[in-house]
Design a protein around this ligand. Structure first.
Ligand code: GLN
Length: 242
């Protein structure tokens, strides 16, 4: 962290914020404040430069056309890539996840370069869209409880050798590759297909980002009863769909 306040950057809320993904910024911000941290939250619209001095960057999902525009602007701007090379923590959802990879197929059917911050490549799925509640076991190295989320995507994301699967699905599709993987991560960059918003359903992921940004092993406990109630409801719905 640069000084005593944590800089949280929410990237392109005007293009990438489907299914309440902005809730991720609210949850990370709130959980940081509950630990007595000073948080400076910066919402960066797509016509503004992405600051390079953030500690944590969040990027959400979006429809196919806004996704192409976001990829074009992020490539041209270069701020998010520079932040990544400075060691910033980046967490991305769905379209945002696809943009952080090497490439995806855009709304015009053309191969669109991503930022290459994650060793993943996305192609359009030939079957039905992946839609519905997901339950998955997060990579045990991350020491997090089960992942609950909602997916809605056509893209199928293949992982290269330097990307680790973020989770293994128990229910749902995740990356859509049929191998049970969901999302991807490396030391500082994370991607998932999970909306929900995913931080509201899995507040320990917000805490993981805070710990990585602060370079600490633990954070003071919080009252998580509300989150636990939401988790229980959504996990029941994934395991016993209506
Ligand atoms: N357009 C992408 C897809 O369908 C991402 C969708 C999303 O972010 N919900 O694969």
């Amino acid at each position: 962290m640069s000084d005593s306040s944590l800089r949280l950057v929410w990237v392109y809320p005007d293009l990438l914020s489907t299914y309440g993904d902005q809730g991720n910024a609210l949850v990370v911000e709130r959980r940081a404040r509950q630990r007595g941290l000073n948080v400076e939250r910066v919402d960066v619209r797509s016509d503004q430069p992405v600051p390079t001095s953030g500690d944590i960057y969040l990027i959400g999902g979006g429809e196919d056309r806004p996704q192409r525009l976001a990829a074009e602007r992020l490539r041209r701007d270069g701020g998010l890539s520079r932040a990544a090379s400075n060691g910033a923590i980046i967490f991305s959802v769905c379209a945002g996840y696809q943009i952080l990879g090497h490439e995806f197929v855009n709304d015009l059917g053309a191969r669109e370069p991503g930022l290459g911050l994650l060793d993943v490549t996305t192609v359009p799925g030939q079957g039905e869209r992946c839609v519905g509640d997901v339950l998955a076991d997060i990579d045990p190295r991350l020491n997090l409880p089960q992942l609950t989320g909602f997916e809605n995507h056509q893209g199928i994301t293949h992982l290269g050798p330097t990307a680790r699967p973020f989770a293994r699905t128990v229910f749902g599709n995740g990356n859509g590759t049929g191998d049970g993987t969901e999302g991807a991560y490396n030391e500082t960059v994370f991607g998932t297909y999970m909306h929900g918003p995913v931080m509201a359903r899995n507040p320990q992921i917000a805490d993981l980002l805070l710990k990585l940004a602060l370079d600490v092993n633990a954070l003071p406990p919080t009252d998580d009863r509300w989150y636990e109630a939401l988790r229980a409801e959504r996990i029941a719905s994934a395991t016993h769909p209506a």
